[in-house]
Design a protein around this ligand. Sequence first.
Ligand SMILES: Cc1cc2nc3c(=O)[nH]c(=O)nc-3n(C[C@H](O)[C@H](O)[C@H](O)COP(=O)(O)OP(=O)(O)OC[C@H]3O[C@@H](n4cnc5c(N)ncnc54)[C@H](O)[C@@H]3O)c2cc1C
Length: 427
Amino acid sequence: MYDCIIIGAGAAGLAAGRALHDSGKKVVLVEARDRIGGRAWTDTTLSPIPLELGAEFIHGEHVITHALLKQAGMRAMPAERASHQQWFIPPILHKLSALPQPLRDRWAEVASAYAALGEQQPQADCSLRDYLAQHTPTARWDESLEQMADVLLAQTCCAPLSGLSAWDLAHEMQVDRAGKQEFRLEQGYTALLDWYSRGLHIRLNTPVRTVHWQGEIGITTDDGFIPAQCLLVTVPVAILRAGTIQFHPPLPPSKQQDIESFRTEPATKLIYHFRNQHWTEAMRYICHPGVAARWWTPGEGRSNAPAIITAYLTAERARHIDLLEESEALALGLNELANLLNRPLTVLQADLIQAKRVSWGTDPYALGGYAHLPPGHAVARQRLADPVENVLYFAGEATAHDSNPQTVHGALESGLRAAREIADRSA
Ligand SMILES: Cc1cc2nc3c(=O)[nH]c(=O)nc-3n(C[C@H](O)[C@H](O)[C@H](O)COP(=O)(O)OP(=O)(O)OC[C@H]3O[C@@H](n4cnc5c(N)ncnc54)[C@H](O)[C@@H]3O)c2cc1C
């Protein structure tokens, strides 16, 4: 009999599995895919450098990922995209600090209102859009600011600007200990998680169908029933919302309500590999209000980096691009890139080695990028994390209420939090 069955072998499940296994518990991780890592997945076949198809950055210099990299003998490489961020106003790109006046001052007001959200939490919850519009007093909140806020702030959260709870974001800012610097992993997330999972008992290719959390406790898979003392659910909240895993008996109504509170929008990457580099070193992070709204260079900081550029789309933009055939989607992205780089489309077309679309919204075990909470539902994050009857535990990025949800380090920390709860139950 297992002490605990962990459902899902992404960052959260692996962290919980590592902690419980190392403290002597008998644990198994049951994973639907043929690989571990979930939404952190590095490709090593498309190019000479590891390419992140899902999570790409480490957000912060103080997060747990650095300690793991150190133990693994791996390296984080600084990613300086933030200070290089550029906004396209046809026909040229502008650094945010060098936008034409008066847009520069108006954007500075929006950015500082956003930065102050943690201290200026509104009395009643509202959308990020409404909060920003209300807190830019001397600026006229207009279409241009709304587009910038949507691309530069909301797209990062994989959500529409009007769909994000200001309270949830304010809470995250209040508990944020991550730091402002960003990094990529030299060997990629998969290499780190492979190292982290060494020695753990993991069953791949085993989708969990039913979770039995009363009476005889355990899970049902296509291979039958596996019993355990307790269960830890780490699948994306979008999977719970979709009802593809049955709970027997059904989850308490309050837990079901918390699950229903979350929204998960699609997230899609378009990755282009050229023979020659068509951008300058300064073009590390270029943004515009188009469909393929944000672009960056995964080879940043590597010597002899291949000429690869990635567009990252979320929410409505990703939904639009996912509905197209892959070749049409890639052609749309390339056309926008030619415009941004001020290069003839034919030149880029002729120089392209290969291109690829990665859609997380159509991935059956992710059903989207990462979850957010709409206005009025900020309390759901902490409540989703609460165990049910000391039998059923919850972890995963959406439950990271004391850290940064929507991130790998938030997912890792949520797994460690759940492991402590499980250890306490038997102490
Ligand atoms: C495109 C994209 C870009 C991102 N960029 C970043 C970034 O730059 N930095 C960052 O920190 N974070 C980023 N993230 C977010 C980060 O990837 C996630 O927050 C984190 O990986 C989530 O880990 P998790 O363990 O909570 O969930 P997951 O990684 O989704 O793990 C859950 C596991 O459950 C499995 N599962 C699902 N259904 C079942 C079932 N029925 N039975 C068994 N197993 C099941 C899944 O296959 C999966 O392996 C990005 C995510 C995406 C999609």
